[in-house]
Design a protein around this ligand. Structure first.
Ligand SMILES: [Ca+2]
Length: 105
């Protein structure tokens, strides 16, 4: 009987902790925002694996949006114009050519 009580107590504690964790994480997210590069919505290409991230590619102090592309290993850069605006995307260039990251598969 004491094992059953211990099991129920542990399950209850886990449930409370999980509910608390959900409440904490839910409070940390803002509503989703659809980003635009120029007038077009920023999209990822099939099959996904875009791994978007922010980095100041051009060194102007504003983090630009980088969105990867799986099939050919290219990265689209959306220059940050400030005030929450992004320029239309353009492929990342290296030495005048479109840069490509070799795939791992
Ligand atoms: Ca920048």
């Amino acid at each position: 009987m004491s094992r059953l009580i211990t099991f129920v107590a542990v399950c209850g504690a886990v449930a409370v902790a999980a509910a608390h964790a959900v409440a904490v994480f839910a409070a940390e997210f803002e509503p989703p925002v659809r980003l635009k590069g120029g007038d077009a919505v920023v999209r990822v290409e099939s099959p996904g694996y875009a791994a978007p991230c922010w980095s100041d590619v051009d060194g102007d102090g504003l983090k630009d949006l980088l969105v990867g592309q799986f099939n050919q290993g290219k990265i689209r850069v959306f220059k940050n114009l400030g005030d929450g605006k992004l320029a239309p995307g353009d492929w990342l260039k290296a030495e005048g050519s479109t840069a490509q990251v070799p795939g791992v598969w």
